[in-house]
Structure formats: C-alpha cells, structure tokens
Write a protein that binds this ligand. Structure first.
Ligand code: 13P
Length: 303
C-alpha cells in the first residue's frame, strides 16, 4: 500500500514538473494529495496562492467553489480532478433568492461566505472566509448585513458584532453532525484537552469550545499553544496536517461522523489522470467572473 502510494507520488511529481503545473490542496484533502501539493491551506490562503502564481496551469484539489475562485482570481487555466466534488452548503443559496433578500433589506451589505457559487458571489458586495468573516463585517460601511449562506459562521459573527445581521438558513451538513453531547463526551474522555471547533458548527457546539477557528486558524493556534492535546471539531482531513506538524501532541476527533464525502473524492489516481489528460477545466462566464472578482478583490483589500 505504502509502496503503491510512493509510486503515485513519483509519477505525479514528474508530470507536474513536465507540465509546469501548480497543485493546490485544501487542508481536508487525503494525505496522498496533501503530500504532492505545492501548497496546502485554508480557503483564504488558497485564494491568495492562486492569485499570485506565475504558472499557467493550476490543478485544484478541493471542492468546486474553491477551484472556481482560483480561476476567477488567477485568470489561469484551472483543472479539477473530480468535477463532481461539490459543496452542499454552497448549493443552498441561489442568485435569485439572494436578490430577493436584498430587496427585503435594501440598506444591507451582502457579505457572502466563500463557500458559494460564482453567480452568488457576483451579486454580493464582498466575500469572506472563516479566517476573516468578522473583520470583513466590521469593515464594510453598512450597519446592516445579509450574511450568505452559512448560518453557523454568520451566527458566530452576529454574536461578536453590534451590526444588524440577517442570517441565511444554509449549513454545512458535515459540521452540523457534531452535537453538543459529542463535545461533552469528548471532554469527559480527555479532560486535559482543549476543544477547537470550526465556526460552521452549531451554536450550542461553538459555545462549548475553547476556540472557534477556521482550519488555518487551528493550525496556527496549535503551533503556538502550550497544551499537549486537543479535541478537533472539523473535517477529519485536518488531523493529518495537525499530527504531521505537531508529532509530540495528541488530537482527537470530536465525532466519528466528521467526514466530508466531497473532499474525499479526489485521490492520487484521479489527480494523475487529470494532469496527464488535462481534463476537468473550470469555466466561468466572463460577465459572472468579473462581478465575482470585484467582491473577491474587495475581501482581499479589507483583509
Ligand atoms: P477553511 O477556510 O476554514 O479551511 O474552511 C473551508 C471549508 O469549506 C469548511 O467547511
């Protein structure tokens, strides 16, 4: 098995060199993908890497909206090994429904989580990620906000700002699988461990945590924190990097159900085939891309 993975690794790295491609991987991807990527990161870090690359070909290992952002910000050719790797949360908001909500609250700024389609980004004022949501909400001039599409992250922002926040009823099915009882059970099994949960979690779960952080925030926090064990409330793929970077610390998953099926669709074989045949190209119509780019660039400016 390990030998097999090593041979995939060599084949992918050789092909990547030959094609001059940049491989980007989200923190939730399989270890075999993280190990061959040029860069592994959270949604904000990956957007910045795509924007600044001088390579002409990006292979994006993550879910669809992330590859779409890479295409919009880089203007480069972006390929995705498995185009059906989507995000159910992103599918919970449509352009038409956002426009209707805007009509109901004409003074509000539409702050949209990056887990959304390019069409929805195109009718938004500004985008945010789990790493900068509160900062973005505080920095837009409007005192009233429509937060699309995640009620988890939006609810957390609402608890931390004095602005009026109208929440969209979307949620991440993976993060919503963690229940308050899971955190209580994990705490009693590991009383010394700190609890870190993603802001996409349910409010009652967030309230039981020591820290509410995105994936990049969790990695940074653990690196500089003195505790020796942690209960992690996010998709299980993050444990690979946490353990690799902190071999002396212990990590426990808050629930065995924390698995995003879309994030696991891309394996080494799919990545190799994508690179070899240059398949799975991301296309965004220019009129949508240019409007979505405006709201993404405003996020980068405000961050
Ligand atoms: P991060 O930006 O925190 O990595 O979150 C990505 C995501 O899609 C969480 O479900």
């Amino acid at each position: 098995m390990v030998k097999n993975q090593e041979s995939w690794k060599e084949k992918i790295l050789a092909l990547k060199e030959e094609k001059g491609a940049l491989i980007l991987s989200h923190n939730y991807q399989l270890p075999e993908i993280q190990d061959v990527a040029d860069f592994v990161g959270d949604s904000l870090e990956l957007s910045l890497e795509a924007q600044k690359t001088d390579r002409d070909l990006i292979v994006f290992c993550g879910v669809y909206f992330m590859a779409e952002v890479a295409r919009i910000l880089s203007g480069k050719r972006v390929l995705m090994p498995v185009l059906t790797a989507g995000c159910p949360l992103a599918n919970m908001a449509t352009r038409e429904a956002v426009l209707r909500m805007k009509e109901e609250h004409p003074k509000a700024a539409v702050v949209t989580y990056i887990n959304s389609s390019a069409e929805v980004k195109a009718v938004s004022d500004v985008i945010c990620t789990s790493a900068n949501a509160l900062k973005i909400v505080e920095k837009v001039p409007q005192e009233e906000i429509i937060f699309v599409p995640d009620q988890g992250l939006g609810g957390w922002v609402k608890e931390h700002t004095n602005k009026i926040v109208h929440l969209w009823p979307g949620f991440c099915p993976t993060h919503y699988r963690i229940m308050a009882e899971d955190i209580m059970k994990a705490r009693s099994a590991h009383p010394e461990a700190k609890v870190l949960v993603h802001p996409e979690c349910r409010p009652e779960v967030r309230r039981l945590a020591d820290q509410v952080l995105g994936t990049g925030g969790m990695l940074r926090f653990v690196r500089s924190d003195s505790a020796s064990s942690y209960i992690i409330g996010t998709e299980e793929g993050l444990l690979y990097r946490l353990r690799k970077e902190n071999p002396q610390k212990q990590f426990f998953l808050a629930s065995p159900l924390l698995l995003c099926p879309n994030m696991k669709k891309t394996d080494a074989a799919a990545l190799y085939e994508c690179l070899r045949n240059e398949t799975g190209e991301i296309e965004v119509p220019e009129e949508i891309a240019s409007q979505a780019r405006r709201s993404l660039l405003l996020m980068l400016e405000l961050t």
